[in-house]
Design a protein. Structure first.
Lengths: 248, 345
């Protein structure tokens, strides 16, 4: 469904992503993991075109998307969240969500900003996430966890085919984490493809069908979670060869 | 993927009722009669000329209306979208000069040509926006200043339109009592149109997108908003209304000169009015324009037309912003203390 070929992103001399290639199968949950600075978020940003890749190609359902602008990619069914929740203060949660609903060119521009249908849809999603009580809350009155959930809900407004989640469990408490895992699973069961960047190994092992491990801008290993967990290169990357030194 | 979830019927029903209540409350807070009453009053005001000479009053209302139009128009880009422009007088000048040339060479009154002139200025706005809206923040402000300077130099040296000496326009044949009246009505119509359009824009998908852009452009873009198009369109809209005001203002003055139209003071006034009244609100620019014109006039009357009156206006501005950091309307609205008659958002 999503295919990344030889993706590179250089910041001057720093090769943040350097020849990264992997695929995300239709209907799967794929996790992108790696130590800090491995280039996961940069790869994410290049896929969603928030950053322009230096080299390489990204294909979504047989269409090359690495030359498109971010809003065009969103329209083609790929939506993402941000690592640090970027919600829009001074707008209510419902407005924040409806912002992400599909608009179709010029005709829709001057329609009323919030239609009853869209409000109903936003409410359904908030209900699914269990946060209808904050629907008319102002964006900046939300707690961190609520922002994460709202971001997640807003993604669903545009009826995406694939969602990219950048550390959905980062900084949330264990009970909310369980909730988020539940939501991701529920959506995946309905056919939504998920690509997820995460540090929380527990979440990765429980959720994902496939794990892609990055280190220093490159994919060093990919496969089912059980296999990846035992991989030498992965242990080396995560633990920096500490085990070897201890053994010596 | 379709989003239908089970077991949510009862919750949705309760929520719907709650929403309906909220909407009802919001509606109750509107007081449509107030702007309509003000408009009605302004419409009959020129009848005062039948019993005396109220030209000064008419001039002040016309002058305020021109600033209401310009500030509301500036607000579309500066308030909703968050791009502070100090070069918007360029469109004021384009409007004034284009309508002036049409009047002087072809005898077409600006009262007729204003919408056309507005469209031309919107076209310019679109093109200029395509270039300058690539940067934001301080860089954008400086690029808007540069635009003002470039156009000033161009107009100062363009002989066809009189260069720095300017261009005189034919004077209306109406008597001294009625000469202002057509322009008075035209300017009020433009001001009302601008405020209504600003309201429509704010409550459209377009407006929601602009508000998102002002908060976080990266987020807005990845939410599926064509930020470049939205920004450039906002620029074109704000150019449109300012140019219409410029067209009527030029013919009203009967004289066009770059140092009337192309000075930073006019652009700064638009911005100050929005900030004083409340950037990004509908009533804000209107209140800001009325307050700033009133302060100015009061201090000119008290202190004479020296530099001192500017100091007086500035001191009042600073004092108001100390107590109303989001502008008068913005701060009151946030505190939930905005009088119903001013809740136009």
């Amino acid at each position: 469904m999503l295919e990344v070929r030889n993706l590179c992103k250089y910041f001057g001399g720093i090769k943040a992503v350097d020849g990264c290639s992997f695929t995300v199968e239709q209907g799967s949950i794929t996790a992108l993991i790696g130590p800090n600075g491995a280039g996961k978020t940069t790869a994410f940003n290049c896929i969603s075109r928030v950053l322009e890749p230096t080299k390489g190609q990204v294909w979504l359902e047989g269409e090359r998307i690495d030359k498109l602008r971010p809003h065009q990619i969103t329209k083609r069914g790929l939506s993402r969240t941000f690592q640090i929740s970027r919600n829009l203060a001074d707008m209510t949660v419902v407005e924040n969500m409806i912002l992400q609903s599909k608009t179709d060119g010029w005709r829709d521009l001057f329609k009323p900003s919030v239609s009853p249908d869209e409000v109903d849809k936003a409410m359904e999603i908030l209900d699914f996430l269990g946060i209808t009580r904050i629907a008319y809350e102002d964006g900046h009155n939300l707690s961190y966890g609520q922002k994460k959930l709202m971001d997640f809900g807003a993604l669903l407004m545009s009826d995406p085919k694939i969602i990219l989640l950048d550390e959905p469990a980062g900084g949330v408490n264990p009970s909310l984490l369980e909730e988020i895992i539940g939501h991701i699973q529920a959506l995946n069961e309905r056919g939504l493809t998920v690509l997820i960047v995460e540090h929380n190994m527990d979440l990765i092992m429980r959720l994902s069908h496939k794990v892609v491990v990055m280190a220093q801008g490159q994919v060093i290993c990919d496969g089912p979670p059980e296999i990846v967990r035992e991989d030498e290169a992965v242990l080396e990357a995560y633990l920096g060869g500490v085990l070897d030194k201890e053994a010596a | 993927m379709s989003m239908t979830f089970e077991d949510s019927g009862a919750v949705l029903e309760a929520r719907k009722q709650y929403n309906a209540k909220l909407a009802q409350q919001a509606d109750k807070r509107r007081a449509w009669w107030f702007p309509i009453a003000v408009m009605a009053l302004l419409m009959v005001l020129p009848a005062l000329q039948l019993v005396g000479n109220y030209n000064y009053l008419l001039h002040m209302v016309l002058f305020t209306a021109s600033y209401v139009a310009m500030a509301s128009s500036w607000n579309i880009l500066g308030g909703f979208t968050g791009y502070i422009s100090l070069g918007h007088t360029v469109f004021f000048a384009i409007g004034g000069y284009l309508a002036g040339v049409l009047l002087a060479r072809y005898g077409i009154s600006s009262l007729i040509s204003a919408p056309l002139v507005g469209l031309v200025a919107a076209g310019f706005g679109y093109l200029i926006g395509l270039i300058t809206l690539r940067v934001r923040g301080p860089s954008f402000i400086i690029s808007s200043l540069a635009l003002l300077m470039i156009v000033r130099i161009l107009f100062d040296n363009w002989h066809f339109i009189g260069g720095a000496n300017g261009m005189a326009l034919p004077v209306t044949d109406l008597g001294v009592l009625w000469a202002k009246v057509p322009y008075y009505y035209a300017m009020i119509a433009i001001a009302a149109l601008t405020v209504i359009c600003a309201y429509k824009i704010k409550h459209s998908k377009f407006g929601l997108g602009l508000r998102a852009i002002s908060k976080d452009e990266v987020k807005a873009e990845s939410a599926g908003i064509n930020t470049r198009l939205y920004k450039v369109l906002a620029f074109a809209f704000s150019a449109f209304f300012i140019a219409m005001a410029g067209a009527v203002w030029g013919e009203y003055l009967t004289y066009l000169r770059p140092n009337i139209f192309l000075i930073i003071l006019v652009a700064a006034n638009m911005m100050l009015m929005c900030i004083l009244g409340g950037k990004g609100t509908i009533a804000g620019p209107v209140i800001g324009a009325i307050l700033l014109v009133a302060f100015n006039e009061f201090f000119v009357a008290m202190m004479g037309a020296s530099e001192l009156n500017i100091l007086g206006t500035g001191a009042i501005m600073a004092a108001v912003l100390l107590f109303f950091p989001l502008g008068v309307v913005g701060t009151l609205a946030k505190a939930g203390k905005l009088p119903r008659i001013l809740n136009w958002d």
